[in-house]
Design a protein around this ligand. Structure first.
Ligand code: ZN
Length: 252
């Protein structure tokens, strides 16, 4: 049996200088890439650019910091593309300094997306900076078992997220952050997925790339007191549960 591939559940593939080279490197390392996008226009562009390439799913996104200047037409376009999207993201809320002014518009967009029942049947990767409780509450109400990507919110909200069936994706920058360690220790291994958030997240002095997932997994194995193989199995089983399947490797 082939080793099930790891999935980078949150990668801004279109923001690298050479997305195809990054994808080839990921494929060689046994990593499937979820290429998140920031708006429906970029989703369509990236899908066209990558064609029917192996090892990647392009995710339909509407970044919260884009919601401020968005028109009803943009939202309608997102909802129209939803039936053909295999992954959703990134969507979410950002009430940090960068986003607090567009709070109302962000909520309108996020709530409209979550109200569409199709969102429940697809993996969804979610941004929640500075708005963790608001994000978790809305995902719980909508019963969308989404992935909280690069969670930096209060530890006290983690139990609510777990009770709502949410997942957490961990990236290389988090494994190097002292601040993130209590979160890694708190999360049950059966709710953890991997991401890079590359090229924005750093791995040392360079941008993170999907093949860095192997190092992240080694770090998690240490935190969990598991062998590398056991950690690999735990994460790939999570990936399969996320997709509602437990048979064999993910399609590449
Ligand atoms: Zn991102």
């Amino acid at each position: 049996m082939t080793t099930p591939v790891l999935t980078d559940t949150h990668c801004h593939l279109d923001a690298y200088d050479n997305p195809v080279a990054v994808l080839d490197d990921a494929h060689a390392a046994g990593v499937h890439v979820i290429a998140v996008t920031e708006d429906p226009g970029k989703y369509r562009l990236l899908r066209t650019r990558l064609g029917r390439r192996d090892g990647v799913d392009v995710a339909l996104g509407f970044h919260p910091l884009r919601a401020g200047g968005a028109s009803p037409h943009d939202l309608a376009r997102f909802l129209r593309l939803l039936p053909q999207a295999t992954w959703i993201g990134e969507i979410g809320l950002d009430f940090s300094r960068a986003g607090v002014a567009s709070r109302k518009e962000q909520l309108r967009v996020f709530e409209a997306i979550l109200a569409d029942l199709q969102v429940r049947t697809r993996p969804v990767t979610v941004h929640s900076r500075g708005a963790e409780r608001e994000t978790i509450t809305r995902l719980a109400q909508a019963q969308v078992p989404a992935i909280l990507h690069w969670y930096t919110g209060p530890l006290a909200a983690v139990d609510n997220a777990l009770a709502a069936g949410l997942w957490f994706s961990i990236n290389p920058a988090m494994t190097r952050s002292k601040k993130a360690l209590p979160l890694l220790q708190r999360l049950p291994p059966d709710r953890v997925l991997l991401e890079t958030d590359g090229p924005f997240a750093r791995c040392g002095n360079r941008s993170a790339v999907p093949s860095d997932l192997l190092g992240t997994l080694a770090h998690l194995a240490q935190v969990w007191g598991k062998s590398a193989d056991e950690a690999h199995t735990a994460v790939t089983q999570n990936q399969q549960r996320l997709r509602g399947t437990d048979s064999g490797p993910l399609p590449t």
